[in-house]
Design a protein around this ligand. Sequence first.
Ligand code: FNR
Length: 375
Amino acid sequence: AQAYAAGLMGQAPAIPFRIDALEARAEAAMGPAAFGYLRSAGSETTASANRAALDAMRLVPRMLRDVGERRLSCELFGRILPAPLLLAPIGVQELAHPEADLATARAAASRGIPMVFSNQASVAMEPCAAAMGDAPRWFQLYWTRSDALAESLVRRAEAAGCDAIVVTLDTTLLGWRPVDLDNGFLPFLKGQGIAQYVSDPVFRAMLARPPEEDMLAAAQLFTRLYSDPSLDWLRLRRIREWTRLPVVLKGIQHPADAARAADEGWDGIVVSNHGGRQVDGAVGAAGQLAACVDAVAGRARVLFDSGIRGGADVVKALALGADAVLLGRPYIWGLAAAGEQGVAAVIDNVIAELDLTLGLIGCDDVASLGWESLG
Ligand code: FNR
């Protein structure tokens, strides 16, 4: 209503509502190399498959079902959230905006939507947590080659009031990214996106000189330690000795992996292909969701990301059985376009579209969405 009223006065909205216009705004703000990194996804076949899988699902509206009051809230790991929405962990946010993760943290806190702090954040988790008060946040871990370092990151996350740990499994190696290769662009080598390490006592103890005096050595150590491809199900269990927080496995795509995660008692999974950034030619993530939900059979929470661009996509993911959805690139476009206000506006728009779509398909509660809403 505000946007329509502003339109009457001849004012443009703070950020575009159309998602392609928002992305174009971010591109103009960021410049080609940084925007290339944000978009980068091989030849984009997987990113396209993510959209195709969501577009192939169709909602079937029902009429006359009294949707005057609609409930969007959901429970995750003992917290009631205002909507089944989280901000996905996204690294190197300084590429989008100088306030980076701090702007995102403030926007997330203002809406009560959990921010998942990235392992590759531009601002360490402690100042972000401090900016969020009691608002919900989670921490995402890339398991480094040093278990002591992984443990330190997890313990810091618990101390910073995180409600859950997300272990991202799909990035034990960095995917083939021709756009970044052509641009010669890897931000970590410049010391960008390694704030969690630079502030970590275990990491600092591994360096001859403090990162403040020799950032290049810190960046080089980071690239040596970064994510361990020899990680397996057995080693993953060590995390239970480091924390009592719920542990969510991100990057699950095969129903057999979803079943194993539930068999082993992991608390949740994120069905995700990292927004198509890792395996070019991989299957569209939304196409895997229903089979993974079946395999888990209620034994763990199921989250979803990769391709969510608006509220109708959220409705589809929930109808396929997800408990909640992680929003990825769109909030970074908002961050690039207008900082904290941009992130908040993107969250508001997704939730507003979710609410409208829910009502218009004849459903009054996100918890009761199911197959009957899909064509
Ligand atoms: C990511 N993603 C990601 N995931 C993660 O677990 N840790 C991270 O540090 C990052 N960093 C990151 C940077 C950038 C620039 C992007 C675009 C993505 C993946 C992210 O959490 C999520 O899975 C995807 O963004 C979902 O895909 P869409 O919806 O953005 O296409």
